[in-house]
Design a protein around this ligand. Structure first.
Ligand code: AMP
Length: 298
């Protein structure tokens, strides 16, 4: 497995591989790898010949009072995991190499990035879009794999690729969860044993919401407000401090009046020092209308 710290070396490797007819699939990460990240490496193998993992804790996507300085890191462990999982190259640039001190250009998506995490973390998605654009320009991948755990990020990256004509296929992997349902996250390391146990309420609450949307009982289809309130209550009852609970259209992230298309039930909540996010996609219950036997056919 090759390890690159410098942009020119990374780009040289990518171009060399492509010149020999091999395609490149990129898995961008901030390190502190877990099974969620590793599942994306597996997925990448079905979308490219050469797998590149980037490990870069991108300062521009953290707010001033956020955990950039404390973000967990264990590069030796990460490299070992990448190698055993079959990555061909890892790109680990320095911040100074990625961002010139005089940097004055950013990429900002203007619609999808404004709600959900964009509302509570102003500037976050501009940081994400900028670093993803830079990684695409440096590595020139044919495909890039992202996790559905960050559903809003996926939509923004797809929009970035469409709007700025990046020749990159965006591939999405499902959210990988621990046995109790908690979505795997590097930030789970911040949780105490007790917080860790209580944090599983997030996944429980959103999966209950999914069940109610997809299999409404005799009471009929639940309304959006009731679902959102019940998810919030489930998390607060476990001691979580809710940042947001939203039910939004899975494509445009707008809140619908009634659920007629696939929706995302998305949550950000704090347990102790950890701000955790999670989401599920729910497809509306389809009413089967029996054909009327008394109506003449044909
Ligand atoms: P991060 O290192 O947190 O920036 O995440 C890097 C990539 O891994 C992103 O595309 C995330 O959506 C994805 N990812 C993080 N956690 C999970 C998970 N539990 N399941 C699937 N993908 C994940």
């Amino acid at each position: 497995m090759r390890i690159f710290h410098h942009i020119t070396e990374m780009r040289g490797f990518s171009r060399g591989e492509r010149a020999e007819g091999r395609s490149i699939a990129l898995v961008p990460t901030m390190g502190c790898l877990h099974e969620g990240h590793l599942s994306l490496i597996d997925k990448a193998k079905t979308h490219g010949d050469i797998i590149v993992v980037s490990i870069f804790v991108n300062p521009t996507q953290f707010g001033e009072d956020e955990d950039f300085a404390a973000y967990p890191a264990d590069i030796d462990r990460d490299l070992a995991l990448c190698e055993t999982r079959g990555a061909d190259a890892v790109f680990i640039p320095d911040t100074a190499e990625m961002y010139d001190p005089d940097t004055s250009t950013v990429v900002d998506e203007l619609k999808l990035s404004r709600g959900l995490c964009g509302a509570s973390r102003p500037g976050h998605f501009s940081g994400v879009a900028t670093v993803v654009a830079k990684l695409f320009n440096i590595i020139e991948p044919d495909a890039a794999v992202f996790g559905q755990k960050d559903a809003q990020q996926v939509l923004i990256v797809k929009r970035l690729v469409r709007d700025l004509n990046f020749p990159v296929e965006i591939v999405v992997g499902p959210t990988i969860r621990a046995a109790d349902g908690l979505a795997m996250s590097s930030r789970n390391q911040y949780l105490s044993t007790d917080e860790r146990r209580r944090a599983s309420s997030i996944s429980r609450a959103i999966h209950q919401a999914k069940e109610r949307i997809e299999h409404p009982g005799d009471g009929g289809e639940p309304d959006v407000e009731t679902i959102v309130t019940d998810v919030r209550r489930g998390i607060e009852a476990a001691g979580g401090e809710v940042d947001y609970v939203e039910l939004v259209d899975a494509e445009n992230l707008e809140r619908p009046d009634t659920i007629e298309r696939p929706v995302l039930v998305a949550v950000a909540a704090r347990f102790g020092a950890a701000r955790l996010i999670d989401n599920v996609t729910a497809r509306p219950h389809i009413r089967i209308i029996e054909p009327n036997p008394y109506r003449p056919q044909g």
